[in-house]
Design a protein around this ligand. Structure first.
Ligand code: NAD
Length: 458
């Protein structure tokens, strides 16, 4: 692959053609990054923080431009895209606040002083997916820079434009040349070259579980540090004692936002049997009123899927022989459109087991709390989930019993840049965001300094 052809998923028009990075480009970038990192890590903490705050400010003055790029390359509704650009700015600001707070510990010992330091790793590679190009890039880039590392970002093949613009803005903000570089290219070429490069100390990968496993295996060869944010098949559990109206009103957003191309999508809706019919009655108008259409229109809630190939994959989960319980509308003609789809099914159905990554949810009835937890945990994934109940004890019990990294009670919120995020099981390894985000880009060094005992002079 010599070039990347970026298409607008809503119109299929060519937005840009970008040269694809080769393994030689990757090698040269790693060398430049290593050089830049030496100076960056030697800066006084306050100066490093100031650089990052300036970077955040420059991003802030380009929010609309970045959002419009995201609309064109990813087909995201403009309201979502504005939030995404703002999230990248917020991450930089939040990480900047961590530079002077990256404190070690003083641990009591006999015969001297024992202290710990958080040393930067060196050059970090961030390999990002196409579903949230800006936020997911920033989740890795901002804390890695703040902790004193250089960063090489490889965006997904379909969505390189916002990443390339962020790298230009970093230079405009005065970040040193080479410190933050973007290498657009094919996963198995540029991505693989980063993973294999001996000069890369850590790989932060967000993407499919299949590729994540390969990357983890390759990192093992060099005992390279790795953070993996992978797939999900998250449950949305609605108990009979919940505010069923609220639960039904909130459900569409939890699997239709970003056209379901969300690792946290609540694509398995588990509903207690005694309120099942009522829930379905309420869910239908809520799904059908989710606004689908032109991503540039601020009223639009759902845009197209990322590509024609991805649409075929999503379609394969909705067999012609099993009519959907609820079906929304989607524009006809150009663009990779797919309607909101709700299936009624069983926990073992393919659409209830595999990550669809599209606007498709399966509703499954359950009898009691024990069965709800059993179905919720019958998955290799464990990224997020929601539960709806008015019973506080049940909320505590079930949120402890569901094996997932991010749970919400009576809401679907799960990602805030100042709270930790990551998966159990095959949803990933390590945590991003939150108060410990910078620590994941450091090695802890322990130093003992001997102090001679006081000797009385003769
Ligand atoms: P993908 O695994 O195909 O690609 C992700 C990135 O990895 C891309 O940049 C791609 O070019 C690169 N890549 C592909 N093969 C590679 C290789 N052999 N070596 C190195 N890099 C390689 O995933 P995708 O289709 O872009 O993204 C969708 C997936 O991402 C979904 O499964 C979704 O659940 C997951 N995801 C997870 C999170 C999370 O935080 N857990 C967030 C967003 C997306």
């Amino acid at each position: 692959m010599q070039e990347l052809h970026v298409l607008n998923p809503a119109t299929e028009e060519l937005v840009a053609t970008i040269p694809a990075a080769t393994p030689q480009d990757v090698d040269a970038a790693v060398r430049r990054a290593a050089e830049a990192q030496r100076g960056w890590s030697a800066l006084a903490p306050g100066d490093r923080a100031r650089h990052l705050r300036r970077f955040a400010d420059v991003v802030d003055t380009h929010l609309e431009e970045l959002a419009q790029l995201e609309v064109r390359e990813a087909g995201h509704p403009v309201g979502n895209a504005r939030w995404e650009a703002g999230n990248a700015r917020d991450l930089l600001e939040y990480a900047a606040g961590g530079v002077e707070r990256l404190t070690g510990a003083q641990i009591p010992v006999a015969g001297g002083l024992n202290v710990t330091f958080h040393e930067p790793l060196g050059v970090v590679a961030v390999i990002a997916p196409w579903n949230f190009p800006m936020p997911i890039a920033a989740w890795g880039v901002a804390p890695a820079l703040a902790a004193g590392n250089a960063v090489l970002l490889k965006p997904a093949e379909t969505t390189p434009l916002t990443a390339l613009r962020l790298a230009e803005l970093a230079l405009e903000a005065g970040l040193p040349e080479g410190l933050f570089q973007v290498l657009p290219g094919a996963g198995p070429v540029a991505g693989d070259a980063l993973v294999e490069h001996p000069g890369v100390a850590k790989v932060v990968f967000t993407g499919s579980t299949a590729v994540g496993k390969q990357i983890m295996a390759k990192c093992a060869a060099g005992v390279k540090r790795v953070t993996l944010e992978l797939g999900g098949k998250s449950p949305n559990i609605v108990f009979a004692d919940a505010d069923v109206e609220r639960a039904a009103a909130a459900a569409p957003g939890s699997f239709l936002d970003n056209t379901g191309q969300d690792c946290c999508a609540r694509s398995r809706i588990l509903v207690q049997r005694s309120v099942y019919d009522r829930f379905m009655e309420l869910l239908e108008p809520a799904v059908k009123s989710f606004t689908v259409g032109d991503p540039a229109d601020p009223a639009t809630q759902m845009g197209p899927l990322i590509s024609a190939a991805h649409r075929e994959r999503v379609r394969s989960y909705v067999p012609e022989s099993a009519p959907a319980a609820i079906r929304g509308e989607a524009p006809a003609g150009k663009g990779f459109w797919y309607p909101a789809t709700v299936l009624e099914g069983r926990p073992e159905d393919r659409a209830a087991v595999e990550e669809v990554f599209g606007p498709v949810a399966v509703v499954i009835p359950f009898e009691d709390e024990a069965e709800a937890v059993r179905i919720a945990n019958a998955t290799a994934y464990g990224l997020s989930g929601s539960l709806w109940t008015r019973d506080v004890s049940r909320a505590v019990r079930v949120s402890r019993a569901v094996a997932a990294g991010n749970l919400s009670v009576n809401s679907h919120s799960s990602v805030r840049y100042w709270t930790p995020f990551g998966g159990f099981g095959q949803s990933g390894l390590g945590r991003e965001l939150g108060p410990d985000a910078l620590a994941a880009f450091t090695e802890t060094k322990n130093v003992f300094i001997a102090a001679d005992p006081l000797t009385e002079s003769p």
